[in-house]
Design a protein around this ligand. Structure first.
Ligand code: NAP
Length: 273
């Protein structure tokens, strides 16, 4: 299945009914704009985000690349199978396109991955992956899988958190594992327009006839096998984000952004929210 490089996050879309209806409308608008990669998790709103995704994708399941995540505390063999079934029920579907272990669990990785393989064999999920895993953890997950490849690793990646460019991205690319960038706008770390980095982004955006956020999304997906999943509960935000792909930053613009937001020059533990 073709997966668009820019998808949609769903963390914190739940709340008052009017907030939820706005989020559903934004998700639907995103799908219309081609942002058919939808990321959710049993953790989000204690399952409520999955119920809202169900409303958003009703009648359009086949268009969607739907991603769910099992909580580490549920990630025993039996627990993973049960968590997946609960998510499928809340999502109103009989399969997920990708199912991730949300972060490292105290259950042995072999147990979780064995459950993932069982879910693939039962057609309850189409592929299996992990989230917040560094290289050694990815290797352990790969080694635990017997019959199916590890499809993806979802990790924190934004302009001020570029540590994964040192070892994790190259390793995943070598193995054909998709890297999915979460929190692409960096939350509190989003560059202010009057900062030096913000001014560089503004210049690049003007040169390309794009917005700063579109430049950021394009930069984060500039390499093969890199995806990102911004969350937007506002339709205008969604439209803007959809314009982050389908064009290419020049090497000069990439270099300018790289100088303004340098990648670290030494290895550090994987950053996560
Ligand atoms: P994010 O996508 O970087 O930022 C979301 C925030 O940016 C929201 O406040 C949103 O506002 C705003 N925004 C989005 N587009 C905008 C635009 N064009 N203009 C202005 N503001 C805009 O942060 P995130 O939600 O942390 O990360 C994205 C997704 O990644 C999550 O929703 C979740 O699915 C996933 N995630 C995974 C993990 C993990 O451990 N695997 C951890 C964190 C996140 P509005 O909502 O008002 O539009």
């Amino acid at each position: 299945m073709e997966v668009p490089v820019i998808g949609q996050g769903t963390w914190m879309i739940e709340g008052s009914r009017s907030k939820e209806l706005g989020a559903i409308e934004a998700l639907r608008a995103g799908i219309d704009l081609g942002l058919t990669h939808i990321d959710t998790a049993e953790m989000y709103g204690g399952g409520r985000a999955e119920e809202l995704v169900r409303e958003a994708i009703r009648g359009r399941r086949e268009e969607i690349f739907l991603v769910g995540k099992v909580l580490p505390s549920n990630a025993s063999y039996e627990g993973t199978l049960r968590a997946c079934d609960r998510s499928l029920a809340r999502l109103g579907t009989d399969y997920l396109d990708l199912y991730l272990l949300h972060w490292e669990s105290s259950y042995p990785i072999g147990e979780t991955m064995r459950a993932m393989e069982r879910l693939i064999d039962d057609a309850r999920i189409r592929s299996a992956g992990v989230s917040n895993f560094d290289v050694a953890q990815v290797q352990a997950a790969q080694a635990a899988l017997r019959n199916h490849p590890l499809a993806a690793n979802q990790v924190l990646y934004h302009l001020r958190e570029r540590g994964i460019e040192r070892r994790l991205i190259p390793y995943c690319q070598e193995c054909g594992i998709a890297v999915v960038a979460y929190t692409p706008f960096g939350r509190e770390a989003f560059p202010r327009s009057d900062s030096s980095g913000g001014r560089v982004l503004g210049d690049v955006a003007r040169r390309n006839g794009r917005t700063v956020r579109q430049v950021i999304l394009n930069f984060l997906t500039r390499l093969p096998d890199l995806f990102t999943i911004p969350k937007a509960a506002n339709i205008e935000h969604m439209r803007e984000n959809a314009g982050g792909s389908g064009w290419t930053l020049s090497p000069e613009d990439i270099a300018a952004i790289g100088r303004a937001f340098p990648a670290p020059d030494r290895d550090a533990p994987l950053a996560m929210l």
